[in-house]
Design a binder for this molecule. Structure first.
Ligand code: SAH
Ligand code: SF4
Ligand code: F3S
Length: 447
């Protein structure tokens, strides 16, 4: 290479936490003088921010890595980084598998990227996977959007769902202070951002690790308190949060959402299974009856609230009748959106060692049946939008039709309508819904 320009590429796999981490790491790289390169083959630093939630997510990472490792043999100045959850799970073993790697770094180390890279540029191969107190970030993230932004409120997870790798790879819960969160939001408001999503794997756990309890032993810092504390940040028009856990979801939180106009009436509350024995085997800590009560309560306060969730089919030992309890729950609740997955045994999790694993055929058959029901129910749930006037926050052009823009309703429905993105980006627009599909809407602007 003759050029001294330093170019970086990041590919991000997995959930919103990883996307938020990638934006912070990109900010650090730009501070160090790197420029973004869309094409990994044109970059001299390639970073994969990885996910290991299911086996197929992990395998995808290895195939991407293989290609870059090969390239490194022709281009010696290529720096190869694996960050995120596969890095944390595999640690040193990743270096043995892909010796071309320069840096393997777990999610807790994302904000330390500059330090770690300096060690690499000194000639070291570095593995950073030890648990640490996450350092507050001083770099400005390079955000993908200029309209919506993520703000981490709690890192890690202290639950022990028997199928899940997240506690192993993301570590123990660490809440950020309300002050730090509000400061981030104020800056974003000043920069013109309109919508914030507060992030945590189990966001209802927010604050329980922060100092401060009342005389009755209740924590002063809860998600509910946090919403009241940040809801009036100037410039921010909408606030969302994810992911909620049915075990800790409270009526106080529902009341806060109903009371605070900027908090969107959209709830993402994974239920995982509609069967109590499976829920017990998953160690989820609630029953399907409790889950239904939560949804009833939400609809009592906010009849139009949109509800989404995650579910797993084919958990070890799941019988046909138990699977049908999941179908029944989906039938009764009628989710606006449901992320579904076939159970995937993960290293280091209890359920992976059980002998009552189901065959791939059974799992994929159940997944198909569930998905079919989900789209039928989502299409029904969409009906309520037809002819209605919805407030849409315009995020971008419709990639498939540049004469249209795309945005979301308060309930998080993707909505398209004719308009000029240069005029409308970041605007809240009143749109009359003229066409509905299971997971998206089309409309026209009202003058
Ligand atoms: N913290 C969130 C979810 C985190 S992981 C919660 O508690 O619900 C995102 C989703 O991936 C989970 O909701 C679950 O549906 C799915 N998932 C997690 N582990 C899985 C596994 N081993 N196999 C299949 N799906 C899994
Ligand atoms: Fe995983 Fe359960 Fe934690 Fe969610 S709450 S991240 S499913 S262990
Ligand atoms: Fe995947 Fe890690 Fe998120 S395993 S789902 S990227 S927390």
């Amino acid at each position: 290479m003759t050029t001294s320009r330093r170019r970086y590429h990041i590919t991000t796999f997995g959930c919103q936490m990883n996307k938020a981490d990638s934006e912070r790491m990109a900010g650090i790289l730009e501070d160090m003088g790197f420029e973004w390169s869309q094409d990994p083959n044109d970059a001299n630093l390639v970073l994969y921010n990885t996910c290991t939630i299911r086996d197929n997510a992990e395998q995808k990472v290895y195939s991407y890595l293989g290609r870059q490792a090969k390239r490194k043999h022709e281009q010696a100045d290529l720096t190869l980084v694996v960050a995120g959850c596969v890095a944390q799970q595999e640690g040193e073993a990743l270096l043995r598998r892909v010796p071309e790697l320069d840096l393997v770094m777990g999610p807790q180390h994302a904000n330390r990227l500059q330090d770690l890279l300096e060690q690499v540029f000194d000639g070291n191969q570095v593995v950073a996977t030890e648990p640490i107190q996450i350092v507050e970030d001083i770099t400005k993230p390079r955000r993908d959007s200029t309209v919506t932004a993520w703000v981490n409120v709690i890192y890690g997870c202290n639950e022990r769902c028997t199928y899940c790798v997240v506690p192993n790879v993301r570590g123990v819960e660490q809440s950020r202070t309300p002050e730090a969160i509000r400061k981030d939001m104020e800056e974003l408001g000043q920069q013109g951002y309109k919508e914030i999503t507060l992030l945590g794997q189990n966001i209802d756990a927010y604050g329980r690790d922060l100092p401060g309890v009342t005389e009755s032993g209740r924590h002063l810092h809860t998600l509910t308190e946090l919403l009241y504390y940040v809801h009036d940040v100037p410039g921010i028009e909408r606030i969302r949060f994810a992911t909620s856990h049915p075990r800790y979801f409270t009526e106080r939180l529902i009341r806060a959402c109903a009371e605070l106009p900027k908090v969107c009436e959209h709830f993402h509350i994974p239920f995982q299974s509609g069967d109590n024995d499976i829920l017990k085997a998953m160690a989820r800590g609630y029953t399907q009856e409790k889950y239904r009560r939560i949804i009833d309560k939400i609809r009592e306060y906010m009849p139009d609230a949109s509800i989404s969730a995650d579910a797993i089919v084919g958990f070890p030992g799941e019988t046909e009748a138990q699977f049908e309890n999941t179908l029944k729950l989906v039938e009764d609740i009628g989710f606006d959106l449901l992320n579904t997955a076939a159970y995937s045994p993960r290293p280091g999790t209890p359920a992976a060692l059980w002998e009552n694993q189901l065959s791939e055929e059974v799992k994929s058959d159940r997944l198909q049946r569930l998905n079919h029901l989900v789209s039928t129910k989502a299409a029904q749930a969409s009906q309520r939008y037809l002819g209605r006037i919805e407030e849409v926050l315009v995020e971008d052009q419709n990639l498939k039709d540049p004469t249209q823009v795309m945005g979301r309703t308060k309930g998080n429905r993707l909505t398209f309508f004719a308009g000029d993105i240069n005029e409308l980006k970041g605007q809240l627009v009143k749109v009359k819904i003229t066409e509905i599909r299971a997971f998206s809407l089309t409309g026209r602007v009202l003058d």
